[in-house]
Design a protein around this ligand. Sequence first.
Ligand code: FES
Ligand code: FES
Length: 169
Amino acid sequence: MPQAVTLTVNGMTQTREIQPTQLLVEFLRETLGLTGTHVGCDTSQCGACTVLVDGRATKACTVLAVQAEGAEVTTVEGLAKDGELHPIQRAFAKEHALQCGFCTPGLMITAVDFLGRNPAASDDEIRHAIEGNLCRCTGYHNIVNAIRSAATEMKTTAVEPKVAVEVKR
Ligand code: FES
Ligand code: FES
């Protein structure tokens, strides 16, 4: 029996009647038409379906849409803001970090979550962070370069606080 679900996707509230068995990735691709999120396996291994759910990288094939009720979801379509590509998107282009591009949306989303928590990550830490995202084309070298490059840009463009905050000890 269809069930109503409401999610915020890329900043827009979306309410739909769906089957309770519908996966989040199906909701995004088939119900909302956001086909930038890909499906590359049926074993939860490839990471092509990765989106941000409440800020954390999540394989959207492992979550029912109704389980994400009330959540804030960001897909690759939501990374660019005001016509400006996100630093991770610019870095993937600059470092030639994609070939067929099938894995790219999931990798970029994983990187955005990871860099938000680890802005000064080492290459080893980057490689560890993306181990749930499979790429059959690139050999990963340029992907790691792109994520490191995006980290640098995100650090240099980070907005500094306008007033000094007193630290209580
Ligand atoms: S489609 Fe492969 S992990 Fe989700
Ligand atoms: S660029 Fe083809 S799978 Fe990664």
